[in-house]
Ligand binder design. Structure first.
Ligand code: SF4
Length: 300
C-alpha cells in the first residue's frame, strides 16, 4: 500500500501568474483607496476564491456590478469588448491572461484577414468567450463561429462552402477526443483549413505523466475544481485505463468508503488539475497517509 505523487502537480504557469497578480491587484487597490475585483472567478478552485474574497477581492462580471476600482483579468482572458467596457467605465485593469491565450488572439487577428474564423470551445467557457470576442488592432469586430460539438457543424457547413479558407483555433482545455473528432470533420469538409494552435502543452504533459504512473499503479485520486475543464479531461484520460479513478475537490470529499476503494488497489496515484493549490494536495495526501496508518499498517 502506497501513495505516489504524480511528477506534475499544482498550478500551471498561467494560474500561478493569476494568483501573483491577484495579490498585486489587492495591493494596488489599497494604495489607491479603491475596491479590488476579479472579473469572473479567479481560478477554478473554491478554497482559493474564498481566501481572496476574505482579503477583499470581489468577483464581478461586468463594470456595473461594482464601483470604479482595480480589476484583474484572470488567466482565461476576457473579450476585447468587455475589456473596453471596463476601461470606459474608469476601471484600472491588471491583465493576467495566459500568454498561450494571448498568442491565439494574435493568430485570430492575423488569420481573419483572409480566412473564416472557427473557435472550437466549450460554449460559455470564459476562454471560448475571450477567443470569440477578439477584435482587430483598430477595434473592428471579427466574425467567428463557435463549434462545441458535432451538431454545431451543420450550421457552419450551411453558411460556408468547402472552398472557403478557414482557420480553426481551439480553447486550450477542450476535451482532447472531441477536439480530434471535430478536427477530422472540419478537415474532411474544408479544402483549405489551418489549425494553428492546439490543446495546452502544460495540460498534455500533466495528463501524460499521470497516465504513465497509473499504468504502474492501482488507482488514482484527481484533485481539482468541479468546473475545471482540464481536471475533468485529466480524470477522463485516466479512466480510459479502466482503473479506479476518484475525482475530488479537496480532502473533505474523501470519506472512509472512498479511501478503502482506493487502497484496495494497493498503490494510489495522486494527481491534480492546474488550479489546485499545493496546500490542498498536501492535505489530501496527509488524509490518505493517516487512513493508511490507521487501517493497514498491521498488514504491511
Ligand atoms: S492550462 Fe495552459 S492555457 Fe490554461 S492557464 Fe494554464 S498554462 Fe495557460
Amino acid at each position: 500500500m502506497d501513495i505516489v505523487r504524480s511528477a506534475i502537480l499544482g498550478y500551471c504557469y498561467g494560474v500561478r501568474e493569476t494568483i501573483n497578480k491577484a495579490t498585486c491587484c489587492l495591493e494596488r487597490a489599497a494604495q489607491k483607496g479603491l475596491p479590488a475585483y476579479s472579473i469572473g472567478n479567479l481560478i477554478h478552485n473554491p478554497n482559493v476564491i474564498r481566501t481572496f474574497e476574505q482579503k477583499g477581492l470581489k468577483v464581478i462580471r461586468r463594470p456595473q456590478d461594482g464601483e470604479r476600482g482595480v480589476a484583474l483579468i484572470r488567466a482565461h482572458g476576457i473579450s476585447d469588448a468587455l475589456r473596453k467596457e471596463f476601461t470606459d467605465a474608469g476601471f484600472e485593469l491588471m491583465d493576467s491572461t495566459c500568454p498561450v491565450i494571448l498568442r491565439t488572439q494574435d493568430i485570430i487577428r492575423r488569420e481573419s484577414r483572409g480566412r473564416v474564423i472557427v473557435v472550437i470551445g466549450v460554449k460559455d467557457h470564459a476562454e471560448t468567450r475571450c477567443l470569440a470576442g477578439t477584435v482587430t488592432e483598430d477595434g473592428r469586430e471579427i466574425e467567428s463561429l463557435t463549434v462545441s460539438c458535432e451538431a454545431d457543424l451543420g450550421p457552419l457547413f450551411a453558411k460556408y462552402g468547402p472552398q472557403n479558407p478557414v482557420c480553426a483555433v481551439t480553447q486550450t482545455t477542450f476535451p482532447p477526443q472531441l477536439y480530434e473528432l471535430l478536427k477530422q470533420r472540419l478537415g474532411g469538409y474544408f479544402s483549405d483549413i489551418v489549425f494553428p494552435n492546439g490543446l495546452c502543452n502544460a495540460c498534455i504533459g500533466r495528463s501524460a505523466a499521470a497516465v504513465e504512473l497509473l499504468a504502474q499503479n492501482g488507482s488514482a485520486v484527481v484533485i481539482g475544481g468541479k468546473e475545471s475543464e482540464n481536471t475533468a479531461n485529466l480524470a477522463m484520460n485516466l479512466r480510459a485505463s479502466g482503473k479506479v479513478v476518484v475525482l475530488i475537490e479537496n480532502q473533505d470529499d474523501l470519506d472512509d468508503q472512498t479511501m478503502r476503494t482506493l487502497f484496495e488497489n494497493q498503490k494510489v496515484v495522486v494527481c491534480s488539475g492546474t488550479s489546485t493549490p499545493d496546500y490542498v494536495i498536501d492535505s489530501v495526501v496527509s488524509k490518505l497517509e493517516q487512513y493508511k496508518v490507521e487501517n493497514y499498517n498491521s498488514e504491511i
